[in-house]
Design a protein around this ligand. Structure first.
Ligand SMILES: Cc1cc2nc3c(=O)[nH]c(=O)nc-3n(C[C@H](O)[C@H](O)[C@H](O)COP(=O)(O)O)c2cc1C
Length: 349
């Protein structure tokens, strides 16, 4: 019996997934996302696989203590088959929904080792890895990929490998590795994957709102959407997708709701995910700012919240900024789309 794919929370609707994001989509964020309306499934940030690696404890917690009641896939990044198999063996002892292989990470220190996005230059190597993983994973085996390294020259060949090795679900971020997180997402390339592979395809990249999700689904015929940065900005986006897909109006989120969300996030990041030790205030404030860099794109069109928030150095200072910008007009709506021109994290975007 093949393992069942994740089911949409509302039968018949397209699937939604939270995209894996290193240092962001751990247990703390999963908790607050679940409160706002969980995606249909999660994928962990990547477990690094190499000769000395052991599955990282803090990522394992996102699987073992999954607060959302939705499936969690464990993502791996690596290329050494023996070590990948050893890691899979360890991960299958945890309640994972399946194993996901990262074929997209664009960080130079990753792709230079020919793992993540680096592998997109070597379809032959991908073929060997997928064959070994398929033989080792009795349940769901999924892939998350970009459309190429430099260009889309190897794209069709890799899509054919997805068929040959009976991958169960494919997520495609419609950019090359070289494009990092910038430039137009190639939804036409995602549509090409939908037409070429036999498994369901999740469309990923710049899905900014429920309305955009519906447009991308209509244009690509994908089975669902995987949403990353815009779920950090707007963690209600999955609930809004379900409302929009059902033809209902999207429930507005107010600035007061955002203020409550910030309290929940602060509470959820109280303890260190790996050790359980309390996180010192400065580190906790820095971590909050990482999330709020995204949230701030929908607070005000001038970016005043973003500017003030980035200057805060203490928790009291940060919360004073949040109160000033979010509680002056608490009933004002939090914008569904990011305000144009506001950049979340200059060194990551
Ligand atoms: C901070 C950050 C960390 C990321 N970490 C991962 C990761 O661990 N694994 C992965 O497959 N993709 C990772 N990605 C890529 C996202 O999953 C996603 O493919 C990309 O952000 C495009 O989707 P979006 O426009 O909805 O954000 C990361 C992206 C960001 C911004």
């Amino acid at each position: 019996m093949p393992a069942p794919l994740p089911a949409p929370a509302i039968p018949g609707q397209p699937l939604t997934a939270l995209a894996p994001m290193q240092d962001v989509t751990g247990l703390a964020f999963m908790r607050v996302a679940a409160h706002c309306g969980a995606p249909d499934y999660f994928v962990t940030e990547f477990f690094r696989v190499h000769a000395q690696s052991r599955p990282e404890k803090h990522i394992l917690r996102a699987i073992d203590e999954n607060p959302a009641g939705r499936p969690v896939f464990a993502q791996l990044i690596g290329a050494d088959i023996a070590h990948l198999l050893r890691t899979i063996d360890a991960l299958l002892r945890h309640p994972v929904a399946g194993i996901d292989l990262n074929l997209g990470c664009p960080a130079p220190k990753v792709f230079r080792k020919n793992v993540g996005g680096g592998l997109l230059r070597e379809p032959g190597k991908i073929a060997k890895i997928l064959a070994a993983l398929r033989a080792a994973v009795p349940g769901l085996l999924t892939v998350k990929m970009r459309i190429g390294f430099e260009d889309t020259g190897c794209y069709d060949a890799i899509l054919d490998l997805v068929n040959e090795h009976r991958i169960d679900l494919l997520a495609v971020h419609g950019r090359t590795v070289r494009e990092l997180y910038r430039g137009e997402v190639r939804y036409d390339a995602i549509a090409r994957a939908v037409a070429r592979v036999r498994c369901p395809v999740m469309a990923n990249g710049d899905i900014t709102s429920a309305a955009k999700a519906a447009r991308v689904l209509a244009g690509t015929r994908a089975a669902g959407v995987m949403i990353g940065r815009h779920a950090i900005r707007n963690p209600w986006i999955f609930r809004q997708c379900r409302e929009h897909f059902a033809g209902r109006p999207v429930t507005p989120v107010t600035l007061a709701d955002v203020r409550d969300h910030i309290d929940r996030l602060y509470d959820a990041t109280r303890l260190h995910a790996a050790t359980g030790a309390p996180v010192p205030e400065a580190a906790r404030v820095a971590r909050m700012k990482k999330f709020l860099n995204f949230t701030g794109q929908s607070v005000d069109a001038d970016g005043a919240f973003l500017r003030d928030m980035r200057r805060a150095a203490t928790a009291a200072g940060l919360f004073a900024v949040c109160d000033r910008h979010l509680l002056a007009e608490p009933a004002r709506e939090f914008a569904l789309e990011p305000h144009p021109g506001l950049v979340a994290r200059p060194n990551c975007e």
